[in-house]
Design a protein around this ligand. Structure first.
Ligand code: FES
Length: 237
């Protein structure tokens, strides 16, 4: 039986019923930029970095199901400009100092910025004042880098069954909080073995006493960037 197919930038991609566009593309080895999507969790659709044109309409490829005959465009100058602007806005909305961040070289936002050739902030830095939570004996939380992807919220709730994290506030006031009366991580059941420990795409949830372990050139995204992982062209492949 012939499998259903759509075209992505002119290339035919076959898919299984129920797959989203980004899942089908990933399986076919075609990279669509993303931030909040994670293969182990249902799509969230919050960052919009994965937006593509589906039959001419802008849609998030992580939440849009693939359909037979769809004409999908991802690699266009306009979409690249939009993605660059989204990344720039995320950078200026928080406090991101890549050279001093323990997650440098393993950060999806940083990798995406490189992939999209973002070389300037583009907008005025908001430089918010955000706390760091160092109350837990083994885990440090740096809220300055949060991009509100909710992956830690979902991992803690759906996998760890602990509900350690939540988002509070609305609109520009939305921010990540720790679900404890004190607001401190030490007063939750968070453990370093939790799924929530490993899903943060940026540098919010960190191990204490562990950082900068890999030299530049050998860090995870130096060895294999998210694009290389999808395209199967990493140095390890
Ligand atoms: Fe699709 Fe974030 S990756 S909206």
């Amino acid at each position: 039986m012939t499998r259903p197919t759509f075209t992505l930038d002119g290339v035919a991609i076959s898919f299984d019923e129920g797959q989203t566009i980004i899942e089908a593309a990933r399986k076919a080895g075609v990279f669509i930029p993303f931030l909040c999507a994670h293969p182990e969790f249902p799509a969230h659709g919050s960052c919009r970095v994965c937006t593509v044109l589906v039959n001419g309409r802008a849609m998030a490829s992580c939440t849009t199901k693939a359909a037979d005959g769809q004409v999908v465009e991802s690699n266009t100058a306009a979409l690249t400009r939009d993605r660059q602007a989204l990344v720039q806005m995320l950078f200026v909305e928080g406090n991101h100092f890549c050279p001093g961040c323990e997650k440098s070289g393993a950060c999806t936002l940083q990798s995406l910025g490189k992939d999209l050739a973002v070389t300037s902030a583009g907008f005025a830095h908001e430089s918010p004042t955000r706390p760091v939570d160092a109350s837990h004996p083994d885990i440090l939380l740096d809220f300055n880098r949060c991009i509100l992807c909710e992956l830690c919220v979902r991992a803690s709730s759906d996998v760890d069954k602990k509900d350690v994290f939540a988002l509070s506030g609305r609109g520009l006031d939305k921010h990540l909080i720790v679900n404890a009366e004190s607001g401190r991580l030490a007063d939750t059941g968070m453990a370093t073995t939790d799924k929530a420990m490993s899903v943060c795409p940026v540098g919010v949830i960190l191990w204490k006493r562990r950082g900068f372990a890999d030299p530049i050139g050998k860090r995870p995204h130096d060895v294999e960037s998210p694009r290389q992982r999808v395209e199967g062209k990493g140095k390890t492949s």
